[in-house]
Every structure is written in C-alpha cells, then in structure tokens.
Design a binder for this molecule. Structure first.
Ligand SMILES: Cc1ncc(COP(=O)(O)O)c(C=O)c1O
Length: 438
C-alpha cells in the first residue's frame, strides 16, 4: 500500500550510512550533495532542518522524486529566524552591552518593558537564565520559592535554584488548568518566626503552563496569586516562556498578563522565531540586581545587538511582528488534535494534560501544544513517524508532544496527520507483541 505521506519509510541502515535516532530528540540526517554520486550524513547531534532536504530510501538508493522537508514538531524552539530578522541582525548597530552601550539591546529591553508595562528589561541568552537571574534578584540564600511541581524551574533547569541561588522550592500540585489551588498556596507560606523553616521569598507561576498542554493562565488568576504573595510580603515571578501564546489565546494584552507580577521572563527563541534570547522585565531596582546576577552566571554579553535585533523584529506591532501570528499556530495545533483524536491508536495524554482517560480531547488544546499517548510502543511510533519525515518528541507521563510554530503551515498539518496515521498503523502490532509473554 502506498504510504499516504508520500514518504517511503527510511530504513535504519543504508549501506555504509546510518539513518537512525542518536539520542533523545536527535536524528542523523542523510543529504544529497548536488553533483556528488552518493549521500553524506550530517554529524551526530546536528538538528535536522525544517526546510532542508531529507532522507534515505528503503533500499539504500536515493529517491528519484523530490523529497519533502522534515516537519519538526518537537518544539517551537526549532524555528528559524525570518529573512527580515537576518537582515536586521546583519545591519544592527552595536556597542558593548556589558558597558551598557549597545543601542540595539537597549532598544529591545525598552520595547519589552513597554509591552509588559514594567520599568526596565534585561536581555539574557535563554529562558533558563532569565528565570535564574530573576531568582537571584528576588531571593537570598536559604530562602524558598513556592511553585508548581511540574514547572520548568522545578523540573528542567538543572536545579539552578539550588546550585546557584542556594534556595529551595516548595512544590504544589497543579490542576489541569495549570493553576494552583489558592488555599494550598496560602498554606504553603512558611512561618517567618520559626527559625527551623526556610523563609518564603518568592512565588512563581508558568504561563502558558506546559505540562497541562500549554494552558494559558488568565490575568484574573495571576492577580489573585499576586495578592496572596503580596499579603505575605513576597513577590511574584512569572515564567512566561510562552507568555505571548497566552496573550493571543486569551485575547488580552501582555501588559494585562504581566501587571500583577513583579517580574516576568518571556522567550524570543520559541514561538517568536528568534534564534536566541529571552527578556526579563520588572522594576528598575530588580533589573539592576538581575543584571548583577547575569554577570555572575557568565551571561554578560558584548556586541549582542546582533541578536537583540531579531527580537525587535519579533516584537513589532501587528502583522509586522511575530506575536499576532501565534493564532495560526494555535489553530494548527487544534486541527492536528482533532484529527489525531479520530485516529485508531491515540489516547488521552493523562496527567494534568488530560486527566480523563479515553479519547484525546481536542478541547484541551488552547495554544500550540498537543500532548497525547499512543496505545503502542512510544519509541517505535516516534521512529516510524520520523521515518516519514515528521518529528515529535517523547514527553513526561508517557506522552508524545507535538508543538506547532512559525514555518508549519496548514498543508504541513495535513502531512503530519497522514504520517501519524501511517506510523500508528505500522506500529499497531507492537502492543500485541508486548502483551504476549516471551
Ligand atoms: C516553560 C518554560 N520555561 C522556561 C524555559 C527555558 O527556556 P530556554 O530553553 O530558553 O532556557 C522553557 C524551555 O522550553 C519552558 O518551556
């Protein structure tokens, strides 16, 4: 039967070459060199291109028909800078940002602060560093942050809060809408008079909330959390790696989302398609302390206006910028989830992404994350999908994650649906094989 994706599944071994998974989320890429007699394999660890040429054939021969590009849904971090960004980067006016005189960085920081209604901003290389320097700015050693137990700062930042900031995190269970129970939050503050306890020094939120399938968190809830934190004399930090996805999904401004918080980070390098960078915003005094923290962790950069220039392109108003278009990613994710839900072999994501078992519920998709489980061997499914030129990634709780982003068009979603159907079909027997005792 012809593969509906138009791809022959790539075999794992082509004479002399290998087209197999290397490690978590990484593939080797076989590419044809124009005029050369064979194929070459990109070095291990290099990411496949969203728009590069693909792959090998079933029998080791090159395909004679044109290859479709890889569709990479592992994350929205795989986005490539737009031509306009590249032009702006090439032309960027620069200075030495550690001396504070890179005009493009200053312009980006001011733009971010203005958009989120804060006094000042700080350009940092990554979301992780943004969260870390926020913690360094807010907290003293031995203090404690209250956060959701599935937050990125808890699970995915190499314990920077402990290793670098010297703090602990009191973790509360999130609900399926990505929020915390406010009574539990009230009960999580430590007694400042009890010398046995760490002092509560910060409350952290995540918006959108990744593990609940990217739920956007409302300004009203953020205001309630901030009010509770402030009653205890404690600031609120929002990890807004995908804050703009939340703003677009909720049809509110970034300013509304950020208003109750004392600091917010957002990533330029995710849905906004910049090659690198995040911005932390807050009061002038907080940003002064965070700048010191950034220096401490080695994040002081020099002629970094070449990178900030891409951020300024992304943060333009309307259709010129990259914020408004996030609605397309959300629509694509929703349509993908609707189709996946109808396929034999997909299931509810489980966990807080979709607590009810059974069919994947497309209504859970509010932004650009689609999380689901497959009723078969997950690694085999991902490999079968990869062989058809579509990349998704394994995620917590036995889930598969597909993230839509700039560069993924509606027609790509059609290809992904067809590839998923074929990969599910190919791996259907794995479940039976697993259930049969050896
Ligand atoms: C919710 C959240 N916060 C922070 C980060 C960290 O961003 P970066 O990868 O730029 O360090 C991520 C990255 O995926 C994220 O998903």
């Amino acid at each position: 039967m012809a593969d509906p994706t138009g791809f022959e599944p790539a075999i794992s071994s082509v004479t002399g070459w290998h087209v197999g998974p290397l490690h978590h989320g990484s593939v080797r890429r076989v590419r044809r060199i124009a005029g050369a007699p064979g194929v070459v394999v990109d070095p291990p660890g290099r990411r496949p291109s969203c728009n590069g040429p693909v792959l090998a054939s079933r029998d080791g021969a090159l395909h004679s028909r044109p290859m479709a590009p890889i569709i990479d849904l592992r994350s929205d971090t795989v986005t490539r800078p737009t031509p306009e960004m590249r032009r702006a980067m090439a032309m960027a006016e620069v200075g030495d940002d550690v001396f504070g005189d890179d005009p493009t960085v200053i312009a980006l920081e001011e733009r971010a602060a203005e958009l989120l209604g804060k006094e000042a901003g700080l350009f940092v290389p990554s979301g992780t560093m943004g969260n870390l320097v926020a913690q360094l700015a807010h907290l003293g050693r031995g203090q404690e942050t209250i956060a959701g137990r599935e937050h990125h700062i808890v699970l995915d930042e190499a314990a920077g809060h402990a290793v670098v900031a010297g703090t602990s995190i009191r973790q509360l269970a999130e609900r399926p809408d990505g929020t915390l129970d406010l009574d539990e939050l009230r009960g999580a503050f430590r007694d400042p008079l009890d010398e046995h306890h760490p002092e509560t020094g910060l409350v952290a939120m995540e918006n959108t909330h990744a593990h609940s399938m990217g739920q956007p968190i409302t300004p009203a809830y953020t205001a309630r959390v901030a009010a509770i934190a402030h009653e205890h004399g404690v600031p609120l930090h929002v990890d807004g790696a995908r804050l703009w996805n939340a703003a677009v999904a909720l049809e509110v401004s970034g300013r509304d989302l950020a208003a109750p918080a004392d600091s917010v980070t957002f990533c330029l390098s995710k849905g906004l398609a910049c090659p690198i960078g995040s911005v932390l915003v807050g009061s002038r005094e907080l940003i002064r302390r965070a700048r010191r923290g950034r220096k401490l962790v080695g994040g002081g950069m020099r002629q970094v206006g070449v990178l900030a220039a891409a951020g300024l392109v992304a943060l333009q108003d309307g259709a010129d910028g990259m914020i408004e278009r996030l609605a397309e990613d959300h629509a694509n994710a929703r349509r993908l989830a609707e189709a996946l839900a109808d396929l034999d072999g997909t299931e509810s994501a489980g966990g807080i992404a979709q607590p009810e078992p059974g069919r994947l519920d497309p209504d859970r998709v509010r932004t650009n994350f689609v999380l689901f489980r497959v009723a078969r061997d997950r690694a085999a499914f991902l490999e079968a999908l990869r062989a058809r030129g579509v990349l998704m990634i394994d995620y917590s709780h036995g889930q598969v994650r597909a993230v839509t982003h700039h560069g993924i068009e509606a027609s790509d979603v059609d290809r992904v649906i067809a590839a998923t159907a074929a990969a599910l079909h190919e791996t259907a027997t794995r479940r039976i094989a697993e259930a049969t005792p050896a």
